[in-house]
Design a protein around this ligand. Structure first.
Ligand SMILES: Cc1ncc(COP(=O)(O)O)c(C=O)c1O
Length: 247
């Protein structure tokens, strides 16, 4: 365990990734997820609730399409798929529309594009949150926030990772929107970590949102530490713990 390694609930390494992506997309902050689909679904659920309406372009990544057909109904969130043109997207909006989701260019195999600026401007005038999946364009080719989009989502599994060896997703946006998305993500449940050894204090991480009384009732004391042993060599772990305890 290196000194700078922190539990994922506070996660310094997450901040590095988020800050880089936020800088590349020219926005303030963001939330890192374990997949692109987690980033997209959490972002949508952060801005639409039961009774609201969501507009989605026809040509979306299959997983995003399936998320709408499988989950939005169950959550009582209405949705419409629309033809790909920006006019079609704007014309299907109604008084309950809270979110517009699009990709541009759209995912394989159609790869068509939309007038992002036009949809973003329209959404702003109606108080609708606009979300774009920028996985295919990458920040190198396109910065949707500069075109007026509220939230940019990426599957880091693709170009961002570059080597097909990671699975992650990210949503970058303003600090205010980030707070919303982070809260939803926390309520949906975050991962407790990966294969590396982590040590953390439940009182300030996994159980921070539970009242002191409730924590006491279930046995989470203030001094309790959670050591989750990973797959490092045991000698390294023992030496690391030894130096940590003696420092
Ligand atoms: C455009 C796009 N968005 C989102 C996703 C989902 O990403 P993940 O596999 O990281 O959940 C994919 C996956 O292929 C994708 O192509």
């Amino acid at each position: 365990m290196k000194k700078e390694t922190k539990c994922v609930h506070t996660g310094s390494y997450r901040d590095v990734v988020v800050n880089k992506l936020a800088a590349l997309e020219e926005t303030e902050d963001g939330v890192l997820f374990s997949s692109g689909m987690a980033a997209m679904s959490t972002s949508v659920m952060s801005f639409a609730r039961s009774g609201d309406h969501v507009v989605m372009r026809n040509a979306l990544y299959g997983g995003t399409h399936a998320f709408a057909t499988y989950l939005l109904d169950r959550l009582g969130i209405h949705y419409n798929f629309t033809a790909t043109g920006s006019d079609a997207v704007c014309s299907i909006v109604n008084d309950r529309t809270k979110v517009i989701v699009k990709e541009s260019p759209t995912n394989n195999p159609l790869m068509d594009i939309i007038d992002i600026r036009k949809v973003a401007r329209f959404a702003k005038t109606r108080g609708i949150t606009s979300i774009i999946d920028n996985t295919f364009a990458t920040p190198v080719n396109q910065n949707p926030i500069k075109l007026g989009i509220d939230i940019v989502v990426h599957s880091g599994t693709k170009y961002l990772g570059g080597h097909s060896d990671i699975c992650c997703g990210i949503a970058v946006t303003s600090s205010k929107n980030t707070r919303h998305i982070r809260t939803t993500a926390r309520h949906l449940g975050g991962s407790l970590g990966g294969v590396e050894t982590t040590i953390c204090s439940p009182v300030t991480t996994s159980h921070a949102k539970i009242s002191a009384e409730e924590r006491k009732r279930v046995g989470i004391t203030d001094s309790l530490l959670r050591l989750s042993a990973g797959i490092e060599h045991v000698e390294d772990l023992v030496a690391d713990l030894d130096q940590a305890l003696n420092s």
